[in-house]
Design a protein around this ligand. Sequence first.
Ligand code: SB7
Ligand code: NI
Length: 182
Amino acid sequence: MLLMKDIVRDGHPVLREKATEVTIPPLKEDVKTLENMLTFIKNSQDEEIAEKYNLRSGVGLAAPQIGISKQLLVVHFEYDDQLYSYQLMNPKIISHSVQKAFLSGGEGCLSVDEVIEGYVPRYAKITVKAFDINGNPVKIRLKGYPAIVMQHEIDHLNGIMFYDHINKEDPFYIPENAKIIE
Ligand code: SB7
Ligand code: NI
């Protein structure tokens, strides 16, 4: 079972590497990693389990965050009465809107212990091509909050942290035509 001690913290070089693609069909080892990652995220959202094991709640996780430099990610959350639960291999953003969007409360990261304030502008809509846990190709269209979370996770596979997107001169700068997500 994955615990907070297994979460790699900011400053570790693995968080700045470009993760390598995994083979399709997937190796058992990579399937196991995705299963462990999803269980961790579900546990982190379960009040009792999270309290017992001192887990910080998260809506997603990328393999580099557990020290594995491979293109594997999970997201798991409910939004607008819809469940967004994905275990993805080799995800790629194949198209995106011109419009940007950002969370009014900024972002956090399980690998970053401090609160870092500022808006994190991202694409408002994205289309992602990836492989699911069975090695089947999937094409996923997301907008708003789910699109933001997916971009946060894909960034981890490219060595990018959320605060890299915060405007250095003015952390609360709002790009033109950006959508604010409450
Ligand atoms: C706020 C939080 C997340 C994504 C977008 C906005 C995910 C936090 C958990 N993670 O560190 C996953 O990488
Ligand atoms: Ni993160």
